[in-house]
Design a protein around this ligand. Structure first.
Ligand SMILES: [Zn+2]
Length: 255
């Protein structure tokens, strides 16, 4: 286990504080602290978990990037709470109580400071290949603990693309959301005779799920693209009743 930088002064000799600072929140995670974090604004506890892919070939390169306080080429410092490698290794970089820098500009359910209200999990994946079984299993081991510690419901587990339509596309169409939903770790639209007969108002249902209209020349197209990327990855063409029915099912599940 990698330990945090020594805390100066008396705290460095305070066993309980040092122990608390050097332990990952998730059992089995490798503690690899990133300097790229701060306190959650407004003192809020996290109510969301945002899933990402790294868009990098190697987890070690992503880890270095997520811990780099001064990246080259004008890039800003970023971080996440967790990174999961393709073989299922889990690194923790920021304590869950703190604010990591993974979400950026966006909006989910009216929340525009998503970093202050979320836990960020990066999955090592370029976006062009399937997510490895060992990686999915590690994610499925990690999520229940986070959800229990912060009382985050399945509806609170979202993708980066959900909160930043048109700007972000991760974790992408290859990510198996239904698999998570079957274990109670996310939502999936199970359409019924009711949602098929009464497909509802797509825009209103998306708003109820949490989607917000992005600033764009064609925000409806971006929202449909974002919604389909997660819930109907094989759908093409204009908005259909199948989209509306799926959105209705999700909106009903959100209460
Ligand atoms: Zn992302």
């Amino acid at each position: 286990m990698v330990t945090v930088s020594p805390v100066p002064g008396i705290r460095a000799r305070s066993a309980p504080l040092v122990a608390a600072d050097s332990e990952p929140d998730a059992p089995g995670a490798i503690w690899c602290p990133s300097p790229n974090h701060g306190p959650r604004r407004h003192g809020g506890a996290p109510s969301l978990i945002v899933l990402h892919y790294t868009a990098m070939a190697r987890a070690e390169d992503a880890l270095a990037r997520l811990c780099d306080p001064d990246p080259p080429d004008g890039l800003g410092p970023v971080s996440a709470h967790y990174l999961i490698g393709a073989e299922g290794r889990i690194w923790q970089m920021v304590r869950e109580a703190d604010r990591a820098w993974h979400a950026g500009a966006g909006n989910w359910a009216g929340c525009t400071d998503v970093n202050s209200h979320s836990i960020g999990i990066e999955l090592s994946n370029t976006g062009a290949s399937p997510f490895a079984a060992a990686q999915m299993q590690a994610l499925e081991r990690l999520l229940p603990g986070i959800m229990a510690r912060w009382a985050i419901p399945p509806a609170g587990v979202i993708g980066h693309s959900d909160m930043a339509p048109g700007r972000k596309s991760d974790p992408g169409a290859r990510f198996d959301w239904r698999r998570l939903a079957l274990q109670g770790l996310a939502l999936w639209p199970e359409t019924t005779a009711e949602t098929t007969a009464d497909v509802g108002d797509f825009a209103a249902d998306l708003a109820r799920i949490g989607y917000r209209v992005p600033e764009s020349a064609d925000p409806e197209a971006l929202l449909l693209q974002s919604f389909r990327q997660r819930f109907r990855p094989f759908a093409r063409g204009p908005l259909s009743d199948a989209d509306r029915s799926a959105a209705r099912a999700l909106a009903l599940a959100c209460g």
